[in-house]
Design a protein around this ligand. Structure first.
Ligand SMILES: C=CC1=C(C)c2cc3[nH]c(cc4nc(cc5[nH]c(cc1n2)c(C)c5CCC(=O)O)C(CCC(=O)O)=C4C)c(C)c3C=C
Ligand SMILES: [Fe+2]
Ligand SMILES: [Fe+2]
Length: 348
């Protein structure tokens, strides 16, 4: 069976103009796995309120980070795709969950190349209903409707794979070389608290012991369905261990909350402010929920975050880039692809 790979990231508007941002946000926020309320309430909230207020402000933010080649998230995902394609024999396609580069087009591109079996690779280290699950569910719907003979297998969450932690840790180390930082903040994209109770943890392919050991969300283990928070906290702990970070010199926070419901805490903006007020002068920040730099890292963290830090007396604010098209990251994904494509090869 001819095999192929479909990388899938979140997506971006076609341009940073308010009309394109509105169209993109409309598709994104009307996803029932992102704003998980009944359709009538989602219509009211998204079409009645958010799309009438947010696109202008979001467009302004997108304009600050937009590159000549386009959206950083898309350009960086394409660079990753191109580098990967040089390392593996199988065709590598790229799609976005929202926007013009649809999953259907990505699958069609592979099918046109004769592919019969697809490795679907959601570009998210942690599993969340609003990211991995929405991709796998949509891909399956599209498969059933348009490509019934295609076989699709999904890459599970890889947040705690030792080889991933090693690549992430080395990247952090490289970017912090020669920096005299006092605190390293691990900032993850947040989700509303209720999201972590909604999806089934078995879909995240976590180590089954995670269910028992998870203490972060205070959900009893039998009822503990899903914990994105736990997976984030684990990344921080594992990188802390790999880099031998001292207790108290690193911590976890959650960014990008939307609306009035409680989201995962502590919030990143308040954490940056607290660190500055506590007298921290030099801090660094890494964003391991994102594989590619995007609006949330380049604007919300690198620009807004830095401003908050300076306002409360902070001096040096170092933003560590996402893995993007880092060579070691490309080599690792290539290895995972080769393992999948030739299952008889046992990689050690
Ligand atoms: C781990 C990744 C992500 C999770 C989980 C996630 C959840 C989530 N996001 C929103 C609302 C917005 N997110 C926006 C941008 C955005 N979100 C992610 C990733 C995750 N989102 C990325 C990579 C980006 C950047 C996209 C880019 O083009 O660069 C935005 C748009 C920007 C803005 O207006 O602020 C919104 C809105 C919700 C509600 C949510 C909930 C579960
Ligand atoms: Fe988001
Ligand atoms: Fe948990």
């Amino acid at each position: 069976m001819k095999k192929g790979i479909l990388l899938v990231n979140l997506g971006s508007p076609d341009s940073p103009e308010p009309k394109d941002v509105k169209k993109y946000l409309g598709e994104f926020l009307m996803d029932e796995r992102v704003i998980d309320v009944p359709l009538w309430a989602r219509n009211l909230l998204v079409k009645g309120i958010i799309l009438n207020t947010r696109p202008k402000a979001s467009a302004k933010a997108y304009k600050k980070i937009w590159w000549d080649e386009g959206s950083p998230l898309i350009v960086l995902s394409e660079r990753l795709q191109n580098k990967l394609q040089k390392q593996v024999e199988e065709p590598v396609a790229l799609a976005m969950r929202y926007g013009s580069m649809t999953i259907k087009k990505g699958l069609q591109e592979l099918v046109n190349k004769g592919v019969e079996e697809v490795l679907l690779f959601p570009l998210y280290p942690q599993f969340a209903m609003a990211t991995t699950e929405t991709i796998t569910v949509l891909a399956e719907e599209i498969r059933q409707k348009y490509f019934p003979n295609l076989k699709i297998e999904s890459v599970p969450a890889f947040y705690n794979k030792p080889d991933y932690i090693e690549v992430l840790s080395n990247s952090i180390k490289k970017h912090l070389q020669g920096k005299n930082y006092e605190h390293l903040l691990f900032s993850y994209h947040g989700v509303p608290e209720r999201h972590i109770r909604k999806s089934d943890i078995t879909k995240s392919h976590c180590n089954p012991s995670d269910k028992v050991n998870c203490k972060c969300c205070k959900i009893p283990s039998e009822a503990h369905k899903y914990c994105y928070k736990h997976q984030c906290v684990e990344v921080t702990r594992l990188v802390g261990e790999a880099l031998n970070l001292k207790e108290g010199t690193f911590s976890t926070s959650f960014q990008s909350r939307l609306g009035f419901d409680p989201w995962l805490q502590p919030y990143t903006d308040r954490t940056i402010e607290r660190l500055g007020k506590q007298g921290i002068k030099n801090m660094a920040i890494v964003t391991p929920a994102f594989v590619s730099d995007c609006l949330e890292t380049l604007e919300e963290i690198a620009m807004e975050g830095e401003e908050i830090f300076h306002e409360v007396g902070g001096k040096e604010f170092t933003t560590i880039p996402c893995l993007n098209d880092d060579d070691d990251w490309v080599a690792l994904i290539s290895r995972w692809i080769k393992e999948w494509a030739t299952p008889e090869t046992v990689m050690v």
